[in-house]
Write a protein that binds this ligand. Structure first.
Ligand SMILES: C[S@@+](CC[C@H](N)C(=O)[O-])C[C@H]1O[C@@H](n2cnc3c(N)ncnc32)[C@H](O)[C@@H]1O
Length: 238
């Protein structure tokens, strides 16, 4: 099972140097290793700038507003989360997968290039999408128009990838309640009380799923607390 790329001490030190000195790196620190971030330099610069500004937010309103707009361009125009190699490896490992609420499917398309088997679905892979707005080169190509619960029922033999189910919206709950016992959910989002999912989703998850022991790391925007968790459904609606 390949979950992490563990670097040798020498490689580790090289990356450490790159990370802290040049700031044109594509790696993040995780508890045990360094993980590759799958962004091109343009967005990596925005991410680095975001970290800098996070420390001084409020004191420079113009710079903060300007950065917020750039960040929004990424989130709506590319992806609501930032993929890393360890997330991609996790999707490869748990293939075949059905992705629900895929948006522009940025992470999924990268994972497919690395050998994952993923069917991407979204309620509105079109200009009618309320959360995504293709404007930075990504498009809805290969994303099938399918409501999340229907996608789960149609692809019962696949594990599930769900990233950023909308806040205070039943979609997340509908997905976990429709999944069959035994299947795996790779979830990217915030915890209960954050800006993804709703209480019904987290209640159902707590009662019917067990969290598996994975350390999949992704980078975060300042002020956002999304993370990757891997669950297995063990009960059906208790
Ligand atoms: C916040 S975006 C996240 C998109 C993508 N997963 C990401 O991480 O960038 C939420 C996505 O869920 C989709 N969505 C909302 N309700 C849905 C539903 N009931 N069934 C399927 N997709 C839904 C939206 O169209 C949107 O693309």
């Amino acid at each position: 099972m390949r979950r992490w790329k563990i670097f040798s001490k020498k490689e580790h030190n090289n990356f450490k140097e790159n990370f802290f000195c040049s700031r044109v790196n594509f790696y993040i620190w995780c508890p045990k290793t360094i993980v590759m971030i799958l962004l091109d330099k343009k967005w990596m610069d925005v991410l680095n700038e975001d970290r800098e500004l996070g420390r001084i937010s409020g004191s420079n309103l113009d710079a903060w507003t300007n950065l917020y707009k750039k960040k929004d361009l990424f989130r709506k125009g590319i992806s609501w989360h930032i993929p890393s190699q360890s997330l991609i490896d996790c999707l490869v490992e748990h293939s075949p997968i059905v992705s629900v609420g895929s948006g522009l499917g940025f992470t999924e398309k990268k994972a497919i290039n690395f050998g994952a088997n993923i069917v991407m679905t979204d309620i509105a892979p079109s200009e009618k999408n309320l959360w995504c707005e293709p404007q930075s080169g990504e498009d809805y190509q290969q994303v099938i128009a399918l409501e999340a619960k229907e996608a789960i029922l149609k692809y019962q033999d696949r594990n599930v990838f769900m990233a950023w189910p909308p806040y205070d919206n039943p979609m997340g709950f509908e997905v976990v309640s429709a999944m069959k016992v035994g299947s795996i959910l790779v979830y990217v989002g915030e915890d209960r009380g954050g800006c993804t999912g709703n209480d019904d989703f987290f209640d159902f998850l707590e009662k019917n799923f067990k969290e598996l022991d994975y350390d999949v790391c992704i980078p975060r925007w300042f002020g956002i607390y999304d993370e990757v968790k891997v669950y297995q459904k063990i009960f059906d609606d208790i």
